[in-house]
Design a protein around this ligand. Structure first.
Ligand code: GTP
Length: 434
């Protein structure tokens, strides 16, 4: 009968071997002169590129090509025991086949007067990432400090400026007080609304970026023509306020404004009044309606038509009629906001799309337009030309199937205003009434 005999020393020894074998770092025990007393398989593997003949007998000799002063460093360590060096990077060339150096991290410990321990690990990937990060930092720093016409702005989840940097100061003149303020800070008053700002962030979320061109405002109130791109940052923390979630690049393109404006003008502007033309109006309206689907909000439409315009043309001549149309456009610009879309969509017919404006406010705008036109007769070649307008107002609701139906409603209301005697505002209402 054989009995299992327990040998505690053997078990302990095997446990130690397993520990060394499984350790995720290379462990080497060596004598004070560098002779290797014990090493685990990983350390042998990590040092293999340094071994000339496949032999590893002395650590100082093996590491001499990459850490020539290690022997002196250990010899000079004054204490009886302790850490001689911590996570020193060793750059090994040779077996990386053009993939850059293999990088080892080495920590040396003095165990007692006769024994040292080396801890080795492969940090090639970590080193590569750190270098990449340093390069990116240097690159960004170069952009922020050297390129004069860009401002790089980080925005948080709600579109507030998350941090200040030199480029913001240089392009916009804003100081650190800009931090925490909505990015509308860079736009002229009236050129944007909180809703419009959020729209652009949602657009960036959906498409990967959102780009627009327009006037921007500096801290001193002066304005410049800029392109502004917003892009979501990868790895942003959802819902964290104050944390960067988007980057915005504002670029001063004042010198390119003329070219880009004349191209836009040719395609999208009514040549007589300078307002949007029919094509631009329909495109803007479709865009606004698409935004509305994602984030519902009121939208109103005003149709405006000069009264008895044929008679003006007949009495004062066609050029005088043109002057009246230009005056109507100027009145619309004066009364409406920059975010409203103003267009001439027919001969003497105009339209105003009012994003985020409900029934009461739309009626008030229409009434202001009517009153302003009536109050200010056009003077053309010393002739005073009285003019009035009729206006139809319609507001988007669940029963409006699309922009065409909103337009049809405003048109019906306009027809009612004409029928009731002109120089008045009429509102489209369900059931055929206005
Ligand atoms: N001066 C000028 N006249 C234009 C232009 N486009 C259209 N018209 C004129 O606008 C007039 C529109 O006349 P109508 O449609 O009869 O309407 P109206 O005389 O304004 O009458 P109501 O709209 O019913 O008040 C026509 O005589 C067109 O020739 C333009 O660009 N310049």
């Amino acid at each position: 009968m054989s009995a299992a005999v327990a040998y505690p020393e053997v078990e302990e020894y095997e446990a130690l071997l397993q520990f060394l074998y499984m350790a995720p770092v290379g462990l080497v025990q060596l004598a004070a002169d560098g002779s290797i007393l014990m090493l685990n398989p990983l350390s042998a593997q990590l040092m293999m590129p340094l071994s000339r003949h496949g032999e590893l007998t002395n650590l100082f000799e093996a590491l001499a090509p990459v850490a020539p002063d290690l022997r002196q460093l250990c010899a000079a360590y004054p204490a009886d025991s302790g850490q001689i060096c911590d996570a020193t990077r060793l750059y090994l060339y040779g077996d990386q086949a053009g993939h850059g150096p293999q990088v080892l991290s080495l920590s040396m410990l003095k165990l007692d007067a006769n024994r040292l321990m080396a801890v080795l690990s492969d940090v090639t990937e970590q080193d590569r990432r750190e270098r990449q990060l340093r390069n990116t930092d240097a690159w960004l720093h170069a952009i922020m400090t050297n390129i004069a016409d860009y401002a790089l702005v980080s925005l948080d989840q709600r579109g507030r400026i998350a941090a200040w940097n030199d480029s913001i100061g240089r392009v916009t003149g804003h100081g650190r007080e800009a931090v925490g303020q909505p990015y509308a800070l860079f736009s002229p008053e009236e050129a944007t609304t909180p809703m419009r700002q959020l729209d652009r962030l949602r657009e960036a979320d959906d498409n990967g970026w959102s780009l627009d061109e327009g006037m921007r405002r500096r801290a001193d109130g002066s304005q410049f023509w800029a392109s502004a791109m917003i892009a979501p940052l990868p790895g942003r923390l959802e819902g964290e306020s104050g944390e960067p979630a988007y980057c915005m690049i504002i670029r001063d393109i004042s010198d390119k404004r003329e070219i880009s404006q004349s191209l836009r003008q040719a395609a999208y502007c009514d040549h007589l009044t300078g307002l949007s033309n029919r094509r631009a109006f329909f495109e803007s309206a479709e865009l606004e309606l698409a935004r509305n689907k994602k984030a519902p909000r009121p939208i109103s439409l005003i149709m405006l038509d000069a009264d008895h315009f044929k008679a003006i043309n007949d009495s004062y001549g066609h050029p005088a009629g043109d002057a009246v149309l230009c005056r109507l456009a100027a009145t619309m610009r004066a009364v409406c906001r920059q975010v409203d879309v103003l267009a001439r969509i027919g001969g003497e017919e105009f339209a105003v799309l009012l994003p985020s404006v409900g029934l009461e406010d739309a009626l008030a705008v229409a009434e202001r337009l009517r009153a302003q036109v009536q109050r200010n007769p056009v003077v053309y070649q010393r002739q005073r030309i009285p003019c009035t307008v009729s206006l139809g107002v319609a507001v988007m609701d669940e029963s409006t199937t699309g922009f065409e139906s909103l337009l049809a409603r405003a048109d019906q209301a306009l027809y009612q205003a004409k029928r009731r005697g002109r120089n008045q505002v009429a509102l489209w209402q369900a059931g055929g009434g206005t």
